[in-house]
Design a protein around this ligand. Structure first.
Ligand code: TYD
Length: 130
C-alpha cells in the first residue's frame, strides 16, 4: 500500500501562512467538508472503510496517527503538518488515534454523508475487498 500525499500550495509570510486548496490540487471534487476537534486523549476514531468514498485528511492543528489497512498490509502515519494532505481511497480501512491536545483533523470528502456506504466491520471489509 502506498501512502499518497498532497503537497498543499501555500503562501508563506512572517505574519502567518496561508494554505490553499483549489482546482486540481485535490484528486476529486469536494462534496463535503467536516472536521474532528476536541478529541479526548486516548480516543480512537475511524474504524471503518468506505465502498466508494475518497477522502483527504489534513492535520490543520496538532497531530494524530492514521493507521491504514488494505487487507494485506498495515501502515501507520503521523499527520502533523497543515500543508500536507493524506489521500485515503475507497476500500481502505482507517483508524485514527493518538490525537494531541488541540488537534483538528480536517476531512475533504468526495461524497455527501451516506451511512449505507460505510463498512464498519473489519470482517465485512475483508470480505468486501476479496
Ligand atoms: P464516523 O464517520 O463514524 O466518525 P469517525 O470515523 O470520525 O469516528 O461518524 C460518527 C457519527 O457522526 C456517525 O453517527 C455518523 C455521523 N456523521 C454524520 O452525520 N455526518 C458526517 O458527515 C459524518 C462524517 C459523520
Amino acid at each position: 500500500m502506498i501512502i499518497d500525499w498532497i503537497d498543499i500550495p501555500k503562501v508563506k509570510n512572517p505574519k502567518g501562512n496561508i494554505a490553499i486548496l483549489e482546482g486540481d490540487t485535490l484528486p476529486f471534487e469536494v462534496r463535503r467538508v467536516y472536521y474532528l476537534y476536541d478529541v479526548p486523549s486516548g480516543a480512537r476514531r475511524g474504524g471503518h472503510a468506505h465502498k466508494t468514498l475518497q477522502q483527504v485528511l489534513i492535520a490543520v492543528s496538532g497531530s494524530f496517527d492514521v493507521v491504514l489497512k488494505n487487507g494485506k498490509t498495515t501502515q501507520r502515519i503521523t499527520l502533523n503538518r497543515p500543508d500536507k494532505g493524506l489521500i485515503i481511497s475507497h476500500n481502505t480501512w482507517r483508524e485514527l488515534e493518538n490525537f494531541s491536545s488541540g488537534a483538528v483533523c480536517l476531512v475533504l470528502a468526495s461524497e455527501p454523508y451516506d451511512e449505507t456506504e460505510y463498512i464498519r466491520s473489519y470482517k465485512e471489509f475483508l470480505k468486501f475487498i476479496s
